[in-house]
Design a protein around this ligand. Structure first.
Ligand SMILES: NC(=O)c1ccc[n+]([C@@H]2O[C@H](COP(=O)([O-])OP(=O)(O)OC[C@H]3O[C@@H](n4cnc5c(N)ncnc54)[C@H](OP(=O)(O)O)[C@@H]3O)[C@@H](O)[C@H]2O)c1
Length: 268
């Protein structure tokens, strides 16, 4: 039986990854900060699918959290065949007004923890000549986004890092694949989280379900693809970004975000 480790397993797209992989017979290692929520999810999925679930509570914004997580799985002799680096944070608003500590945490979770976990588990997988890694980027990775500029930059890092690594691993022929998943707006708590600063109002018709996004990510990763942009309209948007200069994209995104972002005090 194969084992998948999912970060950000307690909610949103991460929870859907867990349900999908449990349904396909994977044992799961569930990682997030809220241990009680993970225990509940683990108990439900074990009972429904007869799989083994291990819960590891970890705050990936803390120094060395990725190393501690890797060590914890090694100590328990848990072999990770499928790693999903899904945990991520979003903050909207004007760069100079946003809390710097929160931005640093976001950069740590979105980039540093993801990179360290990829390194640690890719080496482990390569020693067995087999393994899959799915890194969750975003459609935001494809353009500079004023008022969401650090988030978009962290996701551009994830996309660029993952696409380059995909090529390296393929050339090395060590049996390990890595895939970047680039969801557009997805109906999860992230879109409504008061911690994210200003709120972006997006009509529900523009949002994909977390299940659809997760399923397309899992299938693309198991098929060894470099990149997956789920949903036709998101794929068209990603394609269009190649037709314009980065500054033209920033201008368009900037006026869209300035029109649709409401400050926390304006939120109902
Ligand atoms: N929703 C969208 O529109 C959208 C679009 C494009 C890309 N994405 C990306 O998709 C991924 C999942 O997003 P989502 O929408 O499912 O978000 P979500 O519903 O807000 O869930 C975020 C998950 O990350 C975990 N998490 C947050 N901070 C963490 C930390 N410091 N350490 C460990 N775990 C942490 C949360 O669990 P705890 O609170 O229990 O720690 C939760 O399980 C993210 O990388 C996001 O950037 C989302």
């Amino acid at each position: 039986m194969s084992t998948a480790l999912i970060t950000g397993a307690s909610d949103g797209i991460g929870l859907e990854f867990c349900k999908i992989l449990a349904g396909r017979g994977y044992d799961l290692i569930l990682v997030a900060r809220r241990e009680a929520v993970l225990n509940e999810i683990g108990a439900t999925l074990s009972a429904e699918h007869g799989i083994k679930c291990t819960v590891i509570s970890s705050d990936l914004s803390k120094p060395n959290a990725a190393h501690a997580l890797f060590k914890a799985t090694q100590k328990e002799y848990l072999q990770v065949d499928f790693l999903i680096n899904n945990a991520g944070l979003l903050h909207n608003g004007f760069f100079t007004e946003l809390d710097l500590g929160s931005q640093e945490n976001m950069m740590t979770v979105n980039m540093l923890a993801l990179t360290s976990l990829t390194h640690l588990y890719a080496n482990d997988m390569a020693s067995r000549n087999s393994g899959h890694i799915l890194n969750v980027a975003s459609l935001a990775a494809w353009m500079p986004i004023p008022n969401q500029n650090i988030y978009a930059a962290t996701k551009a890092f994830v996309l660029s890092f993952t696409q380059a690594l995909h090529n390296e691993l393929k050339a090395a022929g060590n049996g390990v694949t890595v895939t970047a998943l680039c969801p557009g707006y997805t109906a999860t708590k992230m879109m409504d989280n008061p911690d994210q600063g200003a709120k972006l109002s997006i009509p529900s018709s523009m949002m994909q379900s977390a299940y659809e996004v997760a399923e397309q990510g899992v299938d693309a990763c198991l098929a060894g693809k470099a990149t997956m942009v789920p949903g036709l309209s998101n794929r068209i948007t990603a394609g269009i970004t190649h037709l314009f200069s980065k500054m033209a994209l920033a201008k368009t995104a900037g006026s869209f975000y300035r029109k649709n972002l409401s400050q926390p005090s304006q939120q109902k």
